[in-house]
Design a protein around this ligand. Structure first.
Ligand code: NAD
Length: 350
């Protein structure tokens, strides 16, 4: 295995790994470890170029610093990318080599799943390092983060409703969910359980049929999900649902969902604020999964503690909403500021 430290200003450590035998080419990026090891998933993807992969891992690891800080877990921000097609090029040997790469950083980086990486891949990595999480143990603790992400989004949505609608009850509240995957469907279940009226959109007909039959959801096309006459829009599919088209026509008073990078342009949170739409910053409301992974890694995964930490997502959002109003600034900017106050403080001792 060969490794080369890349000189990247503003990032704590970025290392390029190559392993001829297993054909591994990867970059591990730790943006900031003031709060602890850089925790974040490993993504396997056929990038068009080295620069594309480097930019992705830099951006993602920086995002994890902010997310983990506001998730109040003792981890900094890290991420890894493997340059390979997850379907045709990824092999168990390659994932084992990735385990060796992670291990060589001596705990500075802790890995987990991201797109292109399965639980089995994490198990392969763990043959060579302890610093990879996201696998359920024999007692059924930890593992799949999606239910915890969904729980956090539900609680975060309630905090947004309390702030914007004056009640945290979602009984009778109309919610449009775009994307009924692992998180979106679990969110639908929580919302239906509370009496919310659901409008749903997906490209997967099976998921739509389940939501219709189980939750009485109204089905609309994905293009129409953002512009429904609802109180809450919950993007739970891909990024960019708030874009130049939808931003002009969104009817919802609240945007609160699981998807990463919901705003196509960073400045859109200011536009939403001008329009009187409350935006729950995506990386804050969707932190439930990494909070669970963090607890699992620390061997601290018990239901009471974990759900306490997930409920805290609502408190953090409330703080962001109140400060955004007090300072008349967009919620995204306030979230970033709050995160920086945490991870840039003298925080090794936190
Ligand atoms: P998933 O792949 O299980 O589900 C995505 C759903 O979106 C699928 O049902 C898919 O059919 C649907 N979809 C895809 N393209 C679509 C389109 N163009 N229009 C309508 N529907 C479309 O993913 P997930 O794990 O549920 O994650 C959902 C989002 O939340 C992603 O953006 C993910 O990055 C983010 N997120 C997930 C977690 C987690 O714990 N799983 C944590 C943080 C953030």
């Amino acid at each position: 295995m060969e490794s080369r430290v890349l000189d990247v200003e503003g990032w704590e450590k970025v290392v390029h790994f190559t392993d001829k035998e297993s054909q591994l080419e990867a970059i591990i990026s730790v943006h900031n470890s003031n709060l602890g090891s850089g925790l974040g998933g490993c993504r396997v993807r056929k990038y068009a170029s080295f620069e594309d992969g480097l930019n992705d891992v830099k951006r993602l690891s920086r995002g994890m610093t902010y997310k983990n800080a506001l998730g109040h877990i003792p981890f900094g921000g890290g991420k890894a990318v493997v340059f390979a097609d997850p379907y045709s090029e990824k092999t168990p040997d390659m994932m084992q080599a990735m385990g060796r790469a992670i291990e060589s950083l001596d705990g500075l980086y802790v890995s987990a799943q991201d797109s292109g990486v399965t639980t089995d891949d994490i198990r392969e990595m763990r043959k060579n390092t302890k610093n990879a999480a996201g696998v359920e143990d024999e007692q059924g603790r930890g593992g799949n983060p999606s239910p915890f992400t969904a729980y956090g989004v539900w609680k975060g949505m309630k905090a947004a409703a309390a702030h914007k609608l004056g009640t945290d009850s979602l009984d009778g509240v109309r919610v449009s969910i775009l994307g009924l995957g692992a998180v979106g469907m679990a969110l639908a279940d929580h919302l239906h359980g509370e009496g919310a009226k659901l409008v749903v959109a997906d490209i997967n007909d099976k998921a739509l049929a389940i939501a219709r039959d189980k939750y009485g959801a109204e089905i609309v096309s994905p293009d129409d999900a953002a512009v429904q006459d609802v109180e809450v829009f919950a993007p739970c599919a891909l990024g960019g649902s708030v874009n130049e088209t939808t931003i002009e026509t969104i009817q919802a008073k609240i945007i609160a969902g699981a998807a990463n990078n919901q705003l196509l342009q960073p400045g859109y949170d200011a536009v939403l604020r001008e329009k009187g739409i409350l935006y729950a910053p995506d990386y804050v409301i969707n932190a439930g999964g990494v909070i669970s992974i963090g607890h699992e890694f620390l061997g601290d995964w018990n239901k009471e503690k974990l759900f306490g930490a997930l409920d805290n997502i609502a408190d953090v959002l409330t703080q962001i909403f109140q400060r955004a109003d007090a300072e008349d600034r967009p919620t995204g900017i306030i979230a970033d500021k709050l995160a920086e106050e945490i991870f840039l403080a003298d925080s090794k001792a936190a």
